[in-house]
Design a binder for this molecule. Structure first.
Ligand code: AR6
Ligand code: MG
Length: 347
């Protein structure tokens, strides 16, 4: 694979996370079968209200109407993905204290963090050690929320050619906030899905069943939860059903095992189009921002940044750590990767 193409995949994975997150955010928590009606209802919200602005962005993005600049905002998914990428790009590998510090410094409470992660980040801001707080969540079982998977795209592209190191770093970055085995495995699986997408040439036909075989061989999950989900994905691809039934079958919840599979499905159902894969993911409703972010990461890693519609990129918020910053971060991460290996992607 030539170096321009790989660089484009780094950009696609990170900006794909951002776009999917921003598109899904306005409809997070909505039931999929009522999403069309709900979009209609939102039109009645007062001009200038934050929810209305987000709606304008979403509706404009989907329908082709006008999109006010800066109105497509990201949530905790992208904010934490930025922390992962910053730390990897700076150190060329996993540094727990540094990544946790970046999560804490980037943290803005209004970005919609899950309750478990919110508490961990407050503790980190008050000086707690990076590997001590998360294990205490949920009665000491740790979180199996999708928060470690939603942010993992940088690990997927950075280690796309090294599955063992990818798994090690995906799990380690998870443990800062998510120590439950299902939370960590969801992060590893999502990172590996991004890697598998990054390793494939976008202009050749993608076989979803071979892709699923690769994911199955990677799994390390004694509970069998993720293997069963991958079987369900294969079955749904063989015998397609309406999208809301897909959501019901695979799950669209805040937990990793009830959301990572839906994101993988959205990519595999429409592998020829970044745009359609992300729209499919967002229309699941439920945890739409995170399923959108994860599907966007996989589809972006496969197609590359050129496949993300310009009219989706243009309205993304672009403040200090906004769209241009994420683009530069993806460039820096790619440069760091090949500096580490002291070669270029094409050699
Ligand atoms: N036992 C019971 N419930 C659990 C457990 C457990 N061990 N682990 C998680 N949950 P959290 P996140 C449930 O809070 O994963 C935002 O919208 C519990 O209800 O760690 O960082 C983000 O954008 C818990 O509150 O948050 C993500 O989309 C919930 O799972 C999403 O929330 C989420 O776990 C998850 O973020
Ligand atoms: Mg979110």
């Amino acid at each position: 694979m030539n170096d321009d193409r790989l660089r484009s995949k780094f950009l696609g994975a990170l900006l794909g996370t951002f776009v999917g997150d921003a598109l899904g955010a306005p409809v997070e928590g909505w039931p999929p079968d009522r999403l069309a009606d709900a979009l209609q209802d939102l039109r009645d919200l007062p001009e200038g209200s934050p929810r209305r602005e987000m709606y304008d962005a979403l509706f404009g993005l989907i329908s082709g109407g006008p999109v006010p600049p800066g109105t497509a905002r990201y949530t905790d998914d992208t904010q934490m993905m930025i922390g992962v990428a910053e730390s990897l790009a700076e150190h060329g590998g996993f540094e727990g204290p540094d990544m946790a510090r970046r999560f804490a410094e980037n943290f803005e409470g209004k970005r919609g963090y899950g309750p478990g992660a919110y508490g961990v980040l407050l503790a980190l801001r008050q000086g707690a050690a990076w590997d001590e707080v998360a294990g205490q969540l949920f009665g000491g079982t740790g979180s199996y929320g999708n928060g470690a998977a939603m942010r993992v795209a940088p690990v997927g592209v950075f280690y796309h050619d090294d599955p063992a190191e990818l798994r090690r770093v995906a799990e380690l970055q998870a443990t800062i906030t998510h120590t439950h085995p299902l939370g960590k495995e969801g992060a590893a699986l999502q990172a590996f899905a991004v890697a598998c997408a990054a390793r494939r040439e976008p202009d050749t036909e993608l076989d979803p069943f071979t892709f699923l075989d690769d994911l199955r061989a990677f799994l390390r999950d004694d509970s069998g939860t993720y293997a069963a989900k991958l079987d369900d994905i294969a079955e749904l691809l063989r015998s397609p059903v309406p999208f809301y039934e897909v959501g019901e079958a695979l799950g669209t919840e805040l937990s990793a095992h009830e959301s990572v599979p839906a994101a993988i499905y959205a990519f595999l159902a429409v592998p020829h189009s970044f745009r359609e894969a992300v729209l499919y993911a967002v229309r699941f409703g439920g945890d739409a921002d995170t399923i959108g972010a994860m599907a966007g990461a996989i589809a972006g890693a496969y197609h590359g940044v050129e496949a993300i519609p310009e009219r989706w990129l243009a309205p993304l918020e672009n403040g200090a750590k906004g769209r241009d910053y994420v683009r530069e971060l993806a460039e820096a991460l790619c440069a760091r990767k090949y500096q580490n290996q002291s070669d270029t992607p094409s050699q």
